[in-house]
Write a protein that binds this ligand. Structure first.
Ligand SMILES: Cc1cc2nc3c(=O)[nH]c(=O)nc-3n(C[C@H](O)[C@H](O)[C@H](O)COP(=O)(O)OP(=O)(O)OC[C@H]3O[C@@H](n4cnc5c(N)ncnc54)[C@H](O)[C@@H]3O)c2cc1C
Length: 397
């Protein structure tokens, strides 16, 4: 592979693809390398893709708003079909956490998010037939919802390539090339490629790749079980829902064709939940994990028996790549020059990926964005005694 690029992006999931797009539109000559034959087929294809601005920290709320804007404007930005389903998002709060949710919502509004608090009597229009007991309030974001991850990754890459970037699938980076205190390129089976900087966006595989250059990423992995269901249309949710009362999440899967009179619905277990250890080297296949499926059905049965009993169209297993404070690693590290991290999505990285990509590219070009400080997401934050807190915990950051 000749013609060394200025920047190499490792990984063609949502993080790498959006970075290639942002670097290219900033005028940077970038090359993306993806190990698989296709783009977006690993964790990004397993995401629920829920788009919300209900976060604990003002900075992350601003990133979620910016990420949603980029998904909303995706056709104009990339020339690709729409990926955002802005059907709405509802957070269901219990008597125990409703005051926390109200405080979060007030903060969200002060950052520019539109959120309406609604009484439990409104639940039926979002989750038809669902029981209301135990629900203290609903928090409705009209223009949130969910997005289709694989078309998003493919669209970002296609637009970047049209604008002059290079993207190679089927090329696995075997290690980072380190000379002294700097990363100077990557090794692949086709040979070495040198570059001024490397963006490490290899998802759950970022940790072993960083280790090849002596950089330790404090990331752990958990197996996540979701189910795609075929649900009677009259019982299907009409929006994306984070149900913090029973700890489940769900949204209609609008692109999934099921039998007449039925709708595709994606369901998963929300926080708090168990986090069974996962291993990127033994990436989960498509067999459901019975214990996790039973737990998910038990939680759904509390309020939505039609979902608990619904036929499974397909199980979906993915990995969370979890940092110590459930927030990603972004940007350079003091440990070594030439390495830009973009990894550790911690189970909620999809919706903020386009904003994070913009932050990474802007910082690289020396023109930081005004809505967030990439330094707050540095790997080095823990050594400085800093870490993100969150209202609820886990990936409900
Ligand atoms: C079940 C589940 C549900 C989720 N739900 C949500 C949600 O509702 N909302 C939300 O915001 N987030 C959610 N997330 C989190 C979100 O999906 C992830 O944070 C995000 O998709 C990770 O993207 P990525 O690009 O880092 O990783 P990936 O999509 O895994 O991409 C990494 C890419 O790097 C490639 N790669 C690996 N090693 C190499 C190598 N050596 N050389 C070259 N390429 C390599 C891989 O093949 C892969 O394509 C969820 C995650 C899971 C697992």
């Amino acid at each position: 592979m000749s013609n060394s690029p200025e920047v190499i992006v490792i990984g063609g999931g949502i993080m790498g693809s959006s970075t290639l797009f942002e670097l290219t539109r900033s005028g940077v000559d970038a090359l993306l390398l993806e190990a698989d034959p296709t783009f977006g087929g690993r964790d990004s294809s397993k995401t629920a893709g829920i788009i919300r601005t209900h976060y604990s920290n003002p900075e992350v709320v601003r990133m979620a708003i910016r990420g949603r804007e980029i998904f909303r404007d995706f056709p104009q930005l990339t020339g690709a079909p729409p990926v955002l389903h802005d059907i709405g998002y509802v957070f269901l709060a219990s008597a125990e956490n409703v005051e926390q949710a109200r405080a979060n919502t007030a903060m969200q509004r002060s950052e520019g998010a539109q959120v309406d608090e609604l009484p439990p009597s409104e639940l039926d229009r979002f989750a038809p037939g669902a029981a209301r007991d135990g629900i203290a309030a609903l928090f409705h974001e009209r223009v949130s919802g969910y997005a289709d991850p694989v078309p998003a990754a493919e669209g970002f890459i296609a637009a970047a390539v049209r604008a002059g970037a290079r993207a190679r699938s089927g090329v696995r980076v075997s290690r980072l090339l380190r000379e002294g205190d700097a990363i100077v390129g990557v090794a692949t089976p086709e040979g070495e490629i040198r570059a001024s900087a490397i963006v490490l966006a290899a998802g759950a595989w970022s940790k072993p790749l960083a280790a090849t250059a002596g950089v330790d990423l404090p990331i752990t992995f958990s197996v996540e079980q979701e189910l795609l269901l075929s649900v009677p249309s009259a019982s299907a949710p009409t929006v994306s829902i984070s149900n913090s009362v029973d700890a489940v999440y769900e949204h209609p899967e609008l692109g999934l064709a099921v039998a007449p009179g039925r709708m595709g619905v994606l369901v998963g277990t929300g926080f708090p939940k168990s986090y069974p250890a996962g291993d990127p080297e033994r990436y989960p296949d498509q067999d459901a994990l019975p214990d996790l499926v039973d737990e998910l059905r038990r939680r759904l049965a509390i309020r939505q028996p039609a979902l608990a009993e619904a036929e499974v169209v397909a199980p979906r297993l993915g990995l969370y790549d979890i940092t110590p404070d459930w927030h990603p690693f972004l940007g350079p590290t003091d440990q070594v020059a030439g390495l830009i991290l973009f990894t550790g999505g911690s189970g909620h990285g999809f919706k903020i990926a386009p904003a994070m990509a913009e932050m990474v590219a802007a910082a690289y070009c020396g023109k930081p964005v005004d809505y967030a400080d990439i330094g707050h997401f540095s790997l080095d934050r823990f050594a400085r005694g800093e870490r993100f807190g969150s209202t609820y915990g886990g990936n409900r950051a």
